[in-house]
Design a protein around this ligand. Structure first.
Ligand SMILES: [Zn+2]
Length: 260
């Protein structure tokens, strides 16, 4: 059984064919999905999907890109959502200085608010970082948090060494399948028990689907490349990733039953 540890199946990209996307995933052994919010609308939509499908697990939060759309009262709304249907994590939050959709200070204060809520509800955080590893490091260090999830990891070997101290999980996307991806060389620096895989659907389709809409079924390509890099077989890797995903999200997850 494989879990897509980070995807956005609530997005409009899937509004016409979600049932076939889900069955295509299942045929390929992917039968549980962490659906991550990035603003209020998508967080609520993740909750609705989780109510509808027992194999969908929601995450609520405001992406650093979207922090500009809100003031801090949005965190009351997130708390209401948590009361209504408990998520498996809070996010995606974090810092992105690559695109300046929202000022850095606002992103930092929102990151800290997500931390406060995650602490309060004893939930892990899903963290997005781009061109902001130093500030992210300082904020996590200050918060004294452990065991959060660094999604779509694209840092360096040095970043892995730094962030390891937080017992953080590293999410590997289809980027590892890209030709000359630096991830290929550094993935073995990630501690075995801190490795996750994700599609980040509809984004970042792996080779051989690169450039198309991504969907959870494509996780098998990322799994295969990762197994090659680690010098192991996909079955062994699958059971390692299952244990890691359960530990990261502190959840058992929906289990596929044979023949269903
Ligand atoms: Zn995402």
């Amino acid at each position: 059984m494989i879990i897509d540890s980070h995807c956005h199946l609530q997005m409009e990209d899937f509004s016409n064919d979600l049932p076939s996307v889900l069955s295509n995933a299942k045929i390929n052994g992917i039968c549980s999905f962490v659906v991550v919010g990035f603003d209020m609308k998508s967080s609520i939509a993740a909750m609705h999907l989780a109510r509808k499908y027992e194999f969908i697990h929601p995450v609520y939060g405001i992406h650093p890109y979207d922090t500009n759309k809100y003031d801090s009262s949005v965190f009351n709304e997130i708390e209401d959502l948590i009361e209504e249907y408990r998520p498996v994590a809070i996010g995606e939050t974090g810092l992105d200085y690559y695109r300046d959709y929202s000022p850095g200070k606002k992103q930092q204060s929102f990151f800290n608010e997500h931390i406060r809520i995650a602490d309060k509800h004893n939930l892990p955080l899903v963290i997005h970082v781009r061109d902001a590893f130093d500030d992210t490091f300082e904020i996590i260090k200050e918060s004294k948090r452990k065991g959060d999830i660094l999604h779509c990891f694209t840092g360096t070997r040095e970043d892995i060494e730094h962030f390891k101290v937080f017992d953080i999980f590293f999410g590997i996307t289809g980027i590892i399948t890209f030709k000359n991806s630096p991830l290929k060389n550094i993935v073995n620096s990630i501690p075995e028990n801190r490795l996750l895989i994700e599609t980040d659907s509809p984004y970042l389709a792996p080779v051989p689907k690169r450039g198309k809409r991504n969907e959870p079924a494509n996780l098998i390509h990322t799994l295969k490349t990762l197994a090659e890099q680690k010098g192991t077989d996909t079955k062994t890797l699958e059971s390692l990733l299952l244990r890691n995903t359960q530990e990261a999200y502190r959840s058992k997850f929906y289990e596929c039953k044979k023949g269903t």
